[in-house]
Design a protein around this ligand. Structure first.
Ligand code: ME8
Length: 651
């Protein structure tokens, strides 16, 4: 195997004190995205995740459930493995700290550090935070509580072994200084430097107050401190002291990924442990932000958790993965609510990506009997599209290398938006009307398929099912399971002549109201006073006079394309739209400013009442009215998703 083409990435090993939540999925999905990206680049990737199974917290959770720790965690660990399968996590290894292979390595290294004089026995008194499995000094407490999670701490006093961290502080500072990429993002790197400069205390690395841990090899009254035990998983997982050639292939790790809560363990204790045992340090330790709920941070011990398995059942793994990765803005916290998730699925995946695929497929079927045309007749605008594709490839690569997850997906979606705009600019439906434009029509559709191919390759690390699902319709890849990353940097690889089939909608639009209703129903919390469903039914019951078909046909309803849109000055509710109906352009004033940003409407096709008497609204003449659905809280403008051209009638 070619050296230097190996890549080793890890997630934290999670506590199986309870089932995992969407916060854990956040890290695991992000690491999976990088693992898949690197595999597509041709690296031999080892992706390790697992569970941190010792310590007082696990022992207490088990006894609260009247179970032995082992039986308790076995159940949770099998749920975790299943969850990762559901989320399409492609981990190479899964390590449990209760495995014999790990216990042996922990004992061996503890002994080695003790023998060389870096571990000594003394007495410890300190404040212990159980959820964080961490000791604090009186000075470190915040209002008498844990400075990290702000929960109660307890005073513990015991004979303990200590690890001489202070001895290595200067060496660690020098390493951080000489390797700017070692701790990232930059703001976190500074935090760590300041913390070390503030002085490192020796670390208490054993416990006598409980038994659920790995015994200290030379004094069985003690068990090894859970963090000293857990960090070593990164070595055991790739065969340290058991499979030397495998270990040599993968160590040092390329990336340890985690959230900022456990950065100090990874950026201070872990490197010092490695220095003490004489191993090279990992290349990068990267701490992303937290995913927050509206009410604050989510955590198992606060009980406000979101089960990602339920979300996958409802919305599909690709959609959940997309949301989580897009929410991981570089160095910042993300937010989760089901409403935000549904809105993002609808806007990015259903409207933008899904529509691009379905419009293109429909046009190839309609105009070329489903056979991918060869690109015969180019126009200068094609070069622009090609450059946009190349830029998406270059930007996505750079962002993923930097672990800028949101930035990566933003680059992909820019290409999708550019391709949708290209449809509007080239107007294939117009070309189709003229036999002499057939060569040009073929090139337009070919270029669109090319953009879809490139987008699919680029998005595959985030959405592993996308290539298969796109391929089922568009037949762009000979083997969609084995895409090469660099194929996204090339143009004109789509195989002309392949057959395109009509397929299922890639990302069906989700009705937020229906979703909320079904949630309410499943939680059996339907209250008697005005749930949304009842309100709708009441409105329908309101008797309306019948009209004849002739009455109806007096309405001139038309498809109109919004070409400009801006907020009306000094009117919070009004937007001024310029719409095109075929050749004709009109101005419409619509009361939707609180529901739509002007930019999101441009390029959209809506339905208007074209023969409504023009009226002046706040000084602007409005020449028509948009159709929209509404309830008490929202207004949704009706849109035409297909390529039916502006100007056509709605009947
Ligand atoms: O700390 N937002 O395990 P843990 C983002 N066993 N990420 C989150 C999150 C949230 N709201 N909640 C959890 C431990 N995470 C130790 C690790 S490693 C040698 C030992 C993710 O189960 C994030 O990666 O408490 C965080 O660092 C980790 O889960 C903590 O998992």
């Amino acid at each position: 195997m070619e050296k230097g083409r190996n890549f080793y990435i890890t997630t934290p090993i999670y506590y199986p004190s309870d089932n995992l939540h969407i916060g854990h999925a956040y890290t695991t999905v992000a690491a999976d995205c990088i693992a898949r990206f690197k595999r597509m680049q041709g690296y031999q990737v080892y992706y390790l995740t697992g569970t941190d199974e010792h310590g007082q917290k696990i022992a207490r959770a088990a006894s609260d459930n009247n179970m032995t720790p082992q039986a308790y965690i076995d159940g949770i660990v099998s749920n975790i493995r299943r969850l990762w399968e559901t989320l399409l996590i492609s981990n190479t290894g899964f390590i449990r700290t209760t495995e014999a292979r790990h216990q042996q390595v922990v004992k061996k290294l503890f002994q080695q550090v003790y023998d060389q004089g870096d571990i000594y026995i003394s007495e410890y008194e300190g404040w212990y935070c159980l959820p964080c499995e961490t000791f604090f000094t009186e000075r470190q407490l915040k209002d008498g509580k844990c400075p990290d999670c702000e929960r109660e701490v307890e005073l513990l006093k015991e004979e303990s072994y200590f690890f001489k961290m202070s001895r290595y502080a200067d060496r660690l500072l020098k390493h951080i200084d000489e390797n700017p990429e070692f701790i990232q993002p930059e703001s976190r790197r500074h935090e760590v430097i300041n913390f070390i400069k503030g002085g490192l205390d020796d670390l208490c690395v054993s416990r006598t107050s409980f038994k659920w841990g790995i015994p200290v090899p030379f004094n069985e009254k003690h068990v090894v401190y859970v963090w000293f035990d857990a960090l070593i998983n990164y070595l055991t997982g790739i065969g340290y002291a058991q499979d030397d050639s495998m270990f040599a292939e993968y160590w040092p790790a390329d990336v340890h990924l985690m959230a900022k809560d456990i950065l100090r363990f990874h950026a201070i204790i872990w490197p010092i442990m490695l220095m003490a045992v004489g191993l090279p340090l990992p290349k990068k330790i990267f701490a992303h932000g937290w995913i927050m709920l509206e009410g604050g941070k989510m955590s198992k011990s606060k009980g406000n958790v979101i089960d990602p398995g339920i979300l996958v059942d409802k919305y599909g793994a690709d959609a959940i993965r997309y949301y989580l990765i897009k929410e991981m803005s570089y160095g910042q916290d993300g937010m989760y609510s089901e409403e935000m998730l549904v809105n993002r699925i609808n806007s990015d995946l259903a409207n933008d990506l899904g529509n691009l695929v379905s419009r293109t497929a429909a046009m190839v079927i309609r105009y070329f009997s489903g056979q991918i045309p060869a690109p015969e007749e180019y126009a200068p605008i094609d070069e622009e599209l090609k450059q946009a594709a190349l830029q998406a490839y270059q930007e996505s690569t750079a962002k993923l290398e930097k672990l800028d997850f949101a930035g990566y997906l933003i680059s992909c979606m820019k290409l999708v938006a550019r391709a949708n705009k290209y449809i509007d600019e080239t107007e294939p439906w117009r070309l189709a009307k003229d036999e002499s434009s057939r060569g040009r029509l073929g090139a337009v559709l070919y270029n669109l398929l090319e953009c879809i191919r490139i987008t699919t390759v680029l998005m595959a690390p985030a959405m592993p099912q996308l290539p298969l699902r796109v391929n089922a319709q568009l037949n762009l890849f000979p083997s969609p399971e084995e895409l090469e990353w660099d194929s996204a940097g090339e143009w004109a690889l789509v195989p002309a002549g392949n057959e395109v089939k009509k397929g299922e909608v890639l990302f069906p639009r989700i009705d937020l109201q229906q979703m909320e209703e079904s949630n309410m129903a499943s939680e059996q919390e339907v209250k008697k006073d005005v749930p949304a469903a009842t309100a709708v039914k009441e409105e329908l019951k309101e008797e309306k006079e019948y009209i004849t078909y002739d009455d109806f046909s007096r309405l001139d309803l038309r498809v109109a394309e919004i070409v400009e849109c801006e907020k009306m000055e000094k009117a919070d509710k009004l937007l001024i739209l310029k719409v095109k109906l075929g050749e004709e352009q009109r101005t419409i004033v619509a009361g939707i400013a609180q529901h739509y940003e002007p930019a999101e409407l441009i390029g959209k096709k809506v339905v208007i009442v074209a023969n409504l008497q023009p009226a002046k609204l706040r000084g602007t003449m409005s020449e028509g009215m948009l159709l929209a659905a509404s309830d008490d809280n929202r207004v949704e403008v009706l849109m035409v998703q297909s390529d039916i051209a502006a100007g056509n009638r709605v009947k």
